[in-house]
Design a protein around this ligand. Structure first.
Ligand code: ADP
Ligand code: ADP
Length: 234
């Protein structure tokens, strides 16, 4: 089963009586372990596609399968459960709870799954160690740098052992060097744990590191091609 599958998906928004079709019929298969970049101009539909692939939203028409499950056949609760088990999210603006420690932020997806407190903490600590933040467990977001906050967000994304991590401009709020560190981390996750990584980026040097580049324009896939693998960073 592919990790994600979109078949002729459309998504239309209605705003003040005006319809905007953000996706006009997108078909896409993401296999387990893939590493793909989604590129395209502002307003082309990238975020809409990411929200659909992440089962945060449902298509207006067409089929979307997450881990082989057609989202149309699931109620909202079942969809949330599937999302929680299958997908990790990383956003440009981190989306951490401001007054909550790193370990509690990372525990959150497991708490929602009803996993016991001690087990949540154990797994959150392990995830923070994976991203090199074993020494920041009890820090709050405002006590950490942007790069550290994004690493906390990555730990939160991976703590539930997802099949897919969706990252919407994960380096957009970071300086170049910190952005590289975050990318190395996502690549490691992909290579060593076999997690499929799909990221949206405007930065060509980020996109070329992905093995596949999916170009979106005006609600359609314009181009979908393999990238030559660059030399690993020193
Ligand atoms: P991108 O991520 O490539 O910038 P988006 O998916 O955010 O593109 O947006 C695609 C189109 O859909 C744009 O025309 C945008 O204005 C519109 N759109 C996105 N989200 C909404 C929404 N919640 N309500 C109305 N229109 C939206
Ligand atoms: P921006 O790129 O403008 O910083 P983000 O990429 O951070 O925006 O967030 C994109 C969208 O995803 C927003 O509409 C936000 O409300 C939504 N979002 C962020 N975090 C979550 C989450 N954990 N679950 C569901 N939706 C989220």
């Amino acid at each position: 089963t592919p990790a994600l599958e979109a078949v002729d998906v459309t998504r239309t928004y209605e705003m003040e009586g005006v319809e905007v079709t953000a996706l006009k019929g997108v078909s896409l298969v993401i296999e387990n372990g893939e590493y793909a970049a989604i590129l395209g101009p502002s307003g082309s539909g990238k975020s809409t596609l990411m929200h659909l692939l992440g089962a945060l939203d449902r298509p207006s028409s067409g089929a979307l399968r997450v881990g082989g499950r057609d989202v149309a056949e699931l109620n909202d609760g079942e969809l949330a459960e599937l999302r929680n088990e299958h997908i990790g999210f990383v956003f440009q603006s981190f989306h951490l709870l401001a007054r909550t420690t790193a370990v509690d932020n990372v525990s959150m997806p497991l708490m929602y799954r009803g996993i016991g407190r001690a087990e949540c903490r154990r797994r959150a600590v392990a995830a923070l160690e994976t991203v090199g933040l074993g020494h920041r467990l009890d820090h709050r977001p405002n006590q950490m740098s942007g790069g550290e906050q994004q690493r906390v967000a990555i730990a939160r994304a991976l703590v539930g052992a997802p099949k897919v991590v969706l990252a919407d401009e994960p380096t957009g709020n970071l300086d170049t060097r910190t952005g590289h560190e975050v990318m190395r981390l996502l690549e490691e996750l992909n290579r060593e744990q076999g997690v499929a990584v799909i990221l949206v980026t405007h930065e060509p040097e980020v996109a070329v590191r992905a093995r596949r580049q999916i170009h979106i324009r005006d609600g359609l896939i314009e181009r979908d091609e393999a990238t030559a693998r660059p030399e690993p960073a020193a």
